[in-house]
Design a protein around this ligand. Structure first.
Ligand code: ATP
Ligand code: MG
Length: 247
């Protein structure tokens, strides 16, 4: 087992609110880790710390064994080529077409326009957006926006993708397509993935490992079968509560 991402003792507060109280976590190379946790538990904050959009108050982040915690914006560029982050709300540029949104990371890297055309067309096609290139975000449904965001996060062919609630707000069929895509990219391209989700069905579909973020620390880390055996009551409630209650 080789760690792709390693978080060691990560702490983060906002004002007097201590959100992360010492998070230790490993994301194994080529595997999919699902992070579960209640609303406001710090899942998005943790992803932003991994990619360097937020700095931890203390603790270290290692990417492929390299300590990147104190990297400058410039040094972080190399990390952002390896790891892409799919924002929770898509975060598309409203004034750009779908095509230009997806092309953005490639143009930032100085890829030639011919290659941009080719790669964007390919990704739009994979995600069922072949005819959507000229549309603007305001013209899209929620599911389409997610798929555009996903196309943008895979366009640079990263080694690792951090997905923040990739299926939230989607109908079950579209959600399932996204789940399949996450699996497909892992299996075909050996992409390491971190998936933050509330969607338990999605978790069962994509997870190799599960981490439960609770009260600022990783309350459980292991596979789903282990969670059933040795997870805390809170975790079991989180996973099975909905089912038991028939929700
Ligand atoms: N930039 C910020 N400034 C101040 N507080 C913040 C900031 N970012 C996050 N927080 C706070 O940190 C806590 C954790 O936020 P975070 O967005 O990580 O939660 P989450 O687990 O992703 O929740 P959700 O499931 O609702 O997306 C919240 O209380 C939030 O208000
Ligand atoms: Mg969040």
């Amino acid at each position: 087992m080789k760690p792709f991402v390693q978080c060691s003792g990560i702490k983060k507060s906002f004002g007097s609110k201590e959100v992360l109280k010492g998070v230790d976590l490993i994301v194994e190379e080529g595997k999919t880790l699902v992070i579960l946790g209640g609303s406001g538990s710090g899942k998005s904050v943790l992803l932003k710390i991994i990619i360097g959009l937020l700095k931890p108050d203390s603790g270290r982040i290692f990417i492929e064994g390299e300590d990147v915690t104190d990297y400058s914006e410039k040094e972080l560029l190399s990390i952002r080529r390896k790891i892409s982050y799919m924002f929770q709300w898509g975060a598309l540029f409203d004034s750009m077409t779908v095509f230009d949104n997806v092309a953005f990371p490639l143009r930032e890297m100085g890829v030639s326009e011919n290659e941009v055309e080719e790669r964007v067309a390919e990704k739009l096609s994979i995600l069922g957006l072949k005819d959507a290139g000229k549309l603007f975000p305001q013209d899209l449904s929620g599911g389409m926006k997610k798929r555009v965001a996903l196309a943008r996060s895979i366009i640079s062919e990263p080694k690792c993708i951090l997905y923040d609630e990739p299926t939230a707000g989607l109908d079950p069929i579209t959600a399932n397509q996204i789940n399949k895509l996450i699996r497909k990219m892992q299996q075909m391209l050996n992409i390491t993935s971190v998936v933050v989700t509330h969607d338990i069905k999605s978790m069962f579909y994509v997870a190799d490992k599960v981490a439960f973020l609770y009260e600022g620390i990783i309350n459980f880390y292991g596979d789903i079968a282990e969670a059933e055996k040795s997870g805390s009551d809170t975790l079991k409630e989180f996973i099975y509560g909905g089912e038991r209650n028939g929700v």
